[in-house]
Ligand binder design. Structure first.
Ligand SMILES: [Zn+2]
Length: 242
């Protein structure tokens, strides 16, 4: 468990759920009853980036949020629907049915609510509409059963400020996040010496060679600016209830 004193009376405490002992979870629940669930994928991200990019991205973003808001971060769930395998036939992706993702999202939401979390954020690094819809359906079922917990589905591409960067698949945007969170896992020299394409390389958006760890850090800062005020507002609402 980590803590950072911004105000002496209100330390921000957070941790990775699987590393926490009961007393640590109970302490976090008292101050910031938020659970972040990084939702990733096992999906082709071209020759230069690892299969787990979406999980690494979602996990890194959730840890960055939790460091600032308090709360817990669950282990990343590497299950995604509508990967680039059925879409374009690239190998090594593990494609999961939307039905299973919806069921799992619902059960995880309900279990976290049962454990006392009042805000549950399913944060997906894989964001085709089918993935968002599957998660939203699970969250909607949980909302209907537990109206006292807030269940949200977020994706990193929801927090792009106009014109700064655009989301992609394995392009400069996603590659920059990977280079920020896990620089040693990216090998730009594995890319072909020509312009990259969706059909040949499984890449959309800007060329990954235009990405960098520094750009990943800027993308993260933009996301935090958009996301943290919403979380603070929800936490304030909870504190007013008490
Ligand atoms: Zn991705």
């Amino acid at each position: 468990m980590s803590s950072e004193n911004t105000k002496p009376s209100l330390p921000i405490v957070w941790g990775c759920y699987s590393d926490l002992r009961p007393i640590e979870i109970e302490t976090i629940l008292l101050s910031s009853p938020i659970a972040y669930v990084p939702w990733g994928a096992l999906e082709w991200h071209s020759q230069h980036a690892p299969i787990g990019l979406d999980s690494t991205k979602a996990d890194g973003i959730c840890r960055s949020l939790a460091e600032r808001s308090g709360g817990v971060v669950l282990p990343a769930i590497p299950l995604a629907t509508n990967t680039i395998k059925p879409f374009k036939g690239f190998p090594h992706s593990i494609d999961i049915s939307a039905r299973l993702i919806t069921d799992l999202a619902e059960e995880i939401c309900l279990q976290l609510a049962d454990e006392g979390f009042r805000i549950v954020i399913l944060f997906t690094g894989h964001y085709p509409p089918q993935q968002i819809d599957a998660l939203e359906e699970g969250a909607a079922r949980a909302r209907a059963k537990v109206p006292t917990t807030r269940f949200e589905v977020w994706a990193d591409n929801h927090f792009l400020e106009d014109g700064a960067y655009s989301a992609d698949h394995a392009g400069a945007y996603e590659t920059s996040y990977q280079m920020y969170f896990q620089p040693e896992s990216v090998d730009l020299s594995a890319l072909p010496e020509r312009a990259v394409t969706l059909d040949e390389d499984g890449i959309t958006g800007q060329d990954p060679r235009e990405g960098s760890g520094a750009r990943g850090g800027e993308q993260l800062a933009t996301l935090l600016r958009g996301a943290l005020p919403k979380i603070s507002e929800w936490l304030m609402d909870l504190r007013r209830e008490r």
